[in-house]
Design a protein around this ligand. Structure first.
Ligand code: FRU
Length: 452
């Protein structure tokens, strides 16, 4: 009999029901606000609400009432972002209208505002069909990212070119209610059929976005729905954007629809994936968000480090091997001149989740993790439960493993690999075999980060 109370300890979920994308990440009234795509009445995707949690420290979350819900105006409140403007908290989201489906679907941009950061008033559609140049389809026009530069408000929105694929469009406004099309930021069709959830952090010069049904790009990029970043400058006025090549944000099976806080280089993603079975549905919930990750750009690459409030349990030097029992918590491994590495997590009998170094690549293996997760991917790695991440081959390697109920997030020198896993609920063995000039292992216990 499934334990209906089983939930991640410190990852944001909807409590009950389904969640997908994080939305509206912002600091307001001294607190960090995280909203998310939420369907409270079932464990599959349904009419989208915005769930809402707040925190003082990005690790202890408190649940607030649903911020946005479907009504006569919106059949669903799709993804979007937040801004503090004229002392109020504004949410800009995609108002979804089914209209009988197919070409009649409408995805247009709407706003809502709040003075207290808890109760929101909808103000209706502000970027409508007539504001969208005719070459783009209002059926696939979504996920606004709002920001301000001086007195001007700007907004990036994902769109699909009629007869083409995904683009990111820029709009501007002086008053939140009247918006003008500025430019097509990407200027070329995406590899996937549609772009979703564009975001831009000006301090880092970091553009992030997702592509739906993206063709595989080598063995490190096999998820058909993928997340990317490009470094460069968004030129709101001159339309001279300088974005470099696109790179993968997270090498795992389950990372999508990421978003960054407006004022801090901190990112949260959806720790799940479209088009896969979700074994946690039997516990009454589906979907969770990643832990917040602090971002920096180092050596021309995006680096991520998890933010988890945790107390150190031990730190020891390891010669050759280590065994332990840990189901939920954080393990950090620092190695000098790493030559071999084999880590088994959530081990019980022959079942475990593996992470090892082989031929200059990090390999994540969930083939023996427990309940099987099937997706639409049909390549050999995906079918075998494998994901790969390049190894920098640095003299110093820092590996941080964040373990919670149903998930493993691994960070190696700032590169991330996140996946869900469904082992036996009491599987807690850890086995490490390592060859290095020196290796230190630290174990941390996560302190009271529950959010209900
Ligand atoms: C991304 C996405 C968004 C959309 C939302 C709907 O996962 O498809 O494009 O706004 O989910 O829930």
């Amino acid at each position: 009999m499934a334990d209906l109370n089983l939930r991640p300890k410190f990852h944001i979920t909807g409590g009950n029901g389904w969640i997908n994308d994080p939305n509206g990440l912002i600091k307001f009234g001294g607190e960090y606000h995280v909203f998310f795509q939420y369907y409270p009445d079932g464990v599959s995707w349904g009419p989208m609400h915005w769930g809402h949690v707040v925190s003082n420290d990005l690790t202890h979350w408190k649940r607030l009432p649903v911020a946005l819900a479907p009504d006569a105006q919106d059949d669903g409140c799709f993804s979007g972002t937040a801004i503090v403007w004229q002392n109020k908290l504004w949410l800009m989201y995609t108002s979804f209208k089914e209209n009988g489906g197919g070409e009649n679907v409408r995805q247009l941009q709407a706003v809502a505002s709040s003075e207290d950061g808890v109760n929101f008033t909808k103000h209706g559609i502000v970027i409508g069909e007539n504001d969208l140049p005719a070459e783009y389809s209002p059926c696939d026009f979504r996920d606004p990212k709002i920001f301000a530069e001086g007195e001007t408000l700007y907004c990036l929105v994902a769109a699909r070119r009629r007869g083409g694929t995904g683009r990111i469009l820029l709009f501007s406004s002086k008053d939140m209610f009247n918006w003008k099309f500025e430019s097509d930021v990407t200027g070329r069709d995406s590899g996937g059929i549609m772009i979703e959830c564009p975001d831009y952090n000006r301090k880092l010069g970091l553009l992030t976005y997702c592509e739906q049904f993206q063709p595989a790009r080598g063995s490190e990029h096999l998820n058909i729905h993928s997340t990317f970043y490009r470094l460069g400058t968004l030129d709101c006025k001159g339309h001279k954007n300088t974005f470099g090549e696109s790179r993968i944000i997270d090498y795992g099976f389950d990372f999508y629809a990421e978003q960054m806080f407006e004022d801090e280089p901190v990112m949260i993603g959806w720790l799940n994936m479209w088009d896969r079975n979700v074994p946690s549905q039997k516990y009454g919930f589906a979907g969770m968000l990643t832990v917040p990750r602090r971002l920096e750009v180092r050596d021309g690459e995006l680096r991520q480090s998890p933010i988890v409030s945790a107390d150190k349990v031990y730190e020891k030097e390891v010669c050759g091997s280590l065994t332990d029992n840990i189901k939920i918590g954080v393990v950090r491994i620092n190695a000098k001149n790493l030559k071999a590495f084999d880590l088994r997590l959530r081990k019980k009998g022959d079942a475990y989740t593996g992470f090892y170094l082989k031929d200059g690549q990090w390999i994540f293996d969930r083939s023996r993790s427990g309940e099987k997760i099937d997706g639409k991917e049909s390549d050999a790695d995906s079918l075998a439960g494998i994901r790969r991440m390049p190894s920098d081959g640095c003299a110093e390697t820092e590996i941080t493993v964040v373990l919670d109920e149903f998930s493993v997030e691994i960070f190696v020198n700032g590169k991330a690999l996140s996946s869900t896993v469904y082992p036996d609920t009491d599987a807690d063995g850890l086995e490490l075999k390592v060859k290095a000039d020196k290796c230190t292992v630290s174990r941390f216990e996560v302190v009271g980060a529950c959010h209900d």
